[in-house]
Structure formats: C-alpha cells, structure tokens
Design a protein around this ligand. Structure first.
Ligand code: AMP
Length: 343
C-alpha cells in the first residue's frame, strides 16, 4: 500500500499543466490538427490539460452574434471529434472564464507598445487588413499570456507561428514576478511531441495553411471528399524539374510536406524518386495526395456529423469545462489581486 501511494505521489508531482486554444473563426484544418490538436490528444493522458475555444480572441474579426455562437459550437464539436476527451482534459470556452480578461487587463498595464508592435503576427495583420488594425490585434499576445499564465501552465502545444508569442508570455510573467518581487508565474514553453514545431503549408504555393489565407488554401477536417479533390487538384505547382535532383521550388516542397503528413512512407518515396529522376507528373501526385487526405480526414468527418447533433452532450461538456477552468482561474486571480495590492 505504502509503495503504491509513493508511486502515485510521484506521478502527481510530475504532472505538468498544459494550456492551448484555437480561435473559433471557422472549421479546423490540417494545420490546426498537426500543429496543435494532435499534441493535445497525446498530452491529455499524462498532463493536467486545459484546452479552450478562444472566442475573446476571435472578436478582433468582428463576428456577428450568430456566427460567433455557431463557430464556438463548431470548434467544440471538432475538438471532441478529433479525440479530446472531456473526462481527461478540461475543455472550455474562453469567455466562460472572465478572470482571463481581468488578468489581461493587469498584464496590459506593463506591456509596452513597442514590444507589441514588433510582433510578426501584428505586422502581418497590418499588411493583410489595413482597414481593421484594432487594439485587440495589438494586444493579442497579452491576452494569450493571460490565457496561459492564469492556469500556471508550463507547456503550450502550438504551431511554429506562435513561438514569438510564447516568448512574450515568458517576458510578461517574469516582468510581473520582478515587479512585485515574487516567484509567482512559471515560464511556459512551446511544445510539440517528438520533433520541432511544425508548419503545415497551404495549397496556394506559399505560406502556411490558414483559415484566412485565401480560398482553396486549407483542407478542413470536415471537408467532403469532392471538395478535397477539387482543392488539391488546383494546388499551385511549377513547370517540373529539368535536371536530376533539382532543388524543389516552394510550391513543390509544400505538396511534398503535405504528402509527408497524410501519406505512407512508400508513397512519399515513390514521388521523391519520380521527382529526382525528372519523371514526375504533378497531376498523378495530386490525385494520390487528395485520396490520402480523404482517407485521413474521413473518420474525423464521420464523428463531426455524429457529435454535432448531440446537443445534450455538448452542453454537458461545456458546463463541466467551465466549472473546472473557473476554479483554477479564480484561485490565480485572487492571488494576483493580493500581490498587486488590491485588498
Ligand atoms: P489559429 O487557427 O490561428 O487559431 O491556430 C490555432 C492553433 O493551430 C495554433 O496552435 C497554431 O499554431 C496552429 N496552427 C494554425 N495553422 C497552422 C499551420 N498551418 N501549421 C501548423 N500549425 C498551425
């Protein structure tokens, strides 16, 4: 009995807290799956996980109430369909935990305009949507820091695009600790199972797969087979290699990278050889890629359809998650208020 308890204590001590979220701005795509969700599912068995639906974050895009509600529900369905287990991990909606907004306010008081303006994601947004450069976009890293620090997380499973934001989270947590002379917030690290952080490319030749990267760029977990075929067949390619072992252009590297994550090693090697010997027919490669993507996404799509109609289950999951996340966040905010000097 004694040794069993000893083992159990050891296990509890080594459980780290994990936080990550996805914005409800549309369905989840393969980039979300490989960059984030796949890690969520692996981590939920051994860590204390909080996975949220980042609806505050999505307000920078000014959704209508109906769209906001529908998108939050869709992400909840897709989290569950992808394999996040609400009995193992805490799944919650960000706005169900307003303590996050309170911590965001405190952290913003010590966040400097210069450091926020230097963020690559903010610079990208200025370029992409010059007509809507709002303060929410500028302070996105502060809200993200609040999301993570509120649960004292140490591991954050995110894609490569979030590395800089994680650095800022550490800066803000450490700044708070120094300012109030406390050892309160831990240093969270970006996390990806096994290898380095991953970036899944889109189908339009350059950049990452993303919801806002243009029509036809992303393959969604909920996509119908025909939609996948159409998008993949339209993927950008080049004129083909003219000499053996020619370095690949970016659009071709992207197609190979996508094949690497959804196809078998044999399929990938076959097309590598074809490319290196200048025999490749991109049409054949894209046909194969589309079929492999359809095979890969089919089980997700089936579960999405099944869970989507189970209103009672969805409400129960959201309620359970809200309670657990609020408990953790309320404790943090109480302590933070005391540290700051609110009595
Ligand atoms: P977002 O859709 O921007 O809210 O991103 C949610 C999560 O998915 C974050 O952890 C991102 O790092 C990850 N993610 C989004 N797009 C990609 C991509 N193309 N490749 C890898 N990870 C991604």
């Amino acid at each position: 009995m004694k040794s069993l308890l000893g083992d159990l204590e050891g296990f509890i001590i080594f459980m780290e807290t994990v936080v990550s979220g996805i914005r409800p701005t549309g369905s989840l795509h393969l980039g979300n799956y490989f960059g984030a969700l796949r890690n969520f599912i692996n981590m939920q068995n051994e860590q204390n996980c909080f996975f949220f639906i980042a609806d505050y974050h999505s307000l920078t895009t000014h959704p209508t109430p109906i769209d906001l509600y529908g998108n939050v529900r869709q992400i909840l369905v897709e989290y569950l369909a992808a394999g996040i287990d609400p009995e193992k991990a805490t799944i919650y909606v960000q706005s169900d935990v307003p303590e996050v907004a309170e911590l965001y306010l405190y952290l913003n008081m010590n966040a400097y305009i210069g450091e926020l303006e230097r963020c690559t994601s903010f610079k990208d947004k200025i370029r992409q949507q010059p007509q809507n450069v709002n303060a929410g976009l500028l302070t996105y890293p502060t809200l993200m820091a609040a999301d993570i620090l509120i649960h004292h997380a140490t591991k954050v499973p995110v894609g490569k695009d979030q590395e800089q934001h994680l650095e800022i989270t550490r800066t803000f947590g450490n700044r708070f600790n120094r300012m109030y002379n406390v050892d309160y917030f831990p240093e969270p690290k970006a996390f990806n199972f096994g290898q380095e952080l991953i970036k899944i490319p889109g189908l339009n030749g350059s950049g990452k797969m993303g919801k806002s990267e243009g029509e036809g760029n992303a393959i969604y977990l909920a996509d119908e087979p025909e939609a996948i075929r159409k998008k993949v067949m339209k993927a950008v390619t080049d004129a083909g290699p003219t000499v053996p072992n020619q370095p690949k252009s970016e659009p071709i590297q992207n197609i190979f990278q996508l094949m690497k994550v959804v196809s078998t090693n044999e399929t990938l090697s076959f097309f590598e050889e074809q490319y290196n010997s200048c025999q490749i027919r991109y049409g054949d490669m894209k046909k194969q890629l589309a079929e492999d993507m359809i095979l890969f996404t089919a089980p997700f799509r089936e579960r999405i359809i099944a869970i989507s109609s189970d209103e009672a289950y969805l409400s129960k999951v959201a309620r359970m998650g809200k309670e657990k996340a609020q408990e953790s966040a309320a404790k943090c905010i109480q302590e933070v208020r005391e540290i700051i000097g609110f009595r």
